[in-house]
Ligand binder design. Structure first.
Ligand code: ZN
Length: 244
């Protein structure tokens, strides 16, 4: 699996950046995980929009779905220009029907629900889900292929279930919206200490801190996490790529 960070800011993107969006690739299949504000502009540095096979959405907050509408338009235009004849598949959870219904613009875009009770497969990726603790219904995801695994917490306050959900993952992409001395729980988010505790107890190989705050110096988040977790800790930034 190849992972590329497309966007990593919480709430809104800094100039020239994007909010939550990650590109997963394997065997020529391209899956976008969330599609936040500014994502399409950044994504085109790595592939054409016509090459995206599917998108999966963790929840329907703006900083995770803002560019979905424009992605639908791009597929319509690519259909009309004969750049592709492949419909874009968009996966969302079914617990907000008003938002879910916005995902489909047939025939160039198809929408599917994912069911957290069952494992599911999108392209070459096997995906399991964990409901998070957030302001709205949201799902963390564990992507697996060929014995490798990448876990994405999406948005959540700390919950113990993450420890088993992220067990032995090659990469944990963990939201870190607050510094160690701050309590993210009232906002449905985590701090650097909580991200590091999950990484440590789950025994992950690599921790990527993401969904970063617009205050303070995010390098401090890394130092705080490193005081708890001995493995590799990296601050998410656009264009960061990993092969697992
Ligand atoms: Zn959110």
């Amino acid at each position: 699996m190849k992972l590329t960070v497309i966007g990593h800011w919480g709430a809104y993107p800094k100039a020239g950046n994007a909010t939550s969006c990650y590109l997963l690739e394997r065997d020529g299949f391209r899956l976008l995980v969330d599609c936040g504000s500014g994502a399409l502009s950044q994504l085109q540095h790595y592939c054409s929009l016509a090459e995206i096979d599917a998108v999966i959405i963790s929840h329907y907050h703006h900083d995770h779905i803002a560019d979905i509408g424009s992605l639908q338009y791009s597929r319509l235009i690519d259909f009309q220009l004969n750049n592709t004849n492949k419909a874009l598949s968009i996966y969302g959870h079914p617990y907000d029907q008003a938002e879910f219904q916005k995902l489909a613009k047939p025939p160039h875009v198809l929408s599917f629900i994912y069911n957290e009770v069952h494992d599911s497969k999108i392209g070459p990726f096997r995906i399991t889900y964990l409901e998070t603790d957030h302001k709205v219904r949201c799902y963390a995801m564990r992507f697996e292929a060929e014995g490798k695994s990448i876990v994405y917490t999406a948005d959540s306050s700390y919950k113990e279930e993450f420890h088993s959900f992220a067990k032995d993952a090659d990469i944990l992409i963990c939201e870190t919206s607050f510094y160690a001395h701050q309590d993210g729980k009232p906002y449905g988010h985590m701090n650097s200490t909580e991200a590091a505790l999950i990484a440590r107890d789950a025994g992950v190989k690599k921790l990527i801190l993401t969904h970063l705050p617009h205050f303070g110096d995010p390098v401090q988040l890394v130092n705080e996490a490193k005081s708890i977790f001995n493995g590799e800790v990296t601050l998410a930034q656009k264009g960061l790529r990993f092969d697992v």
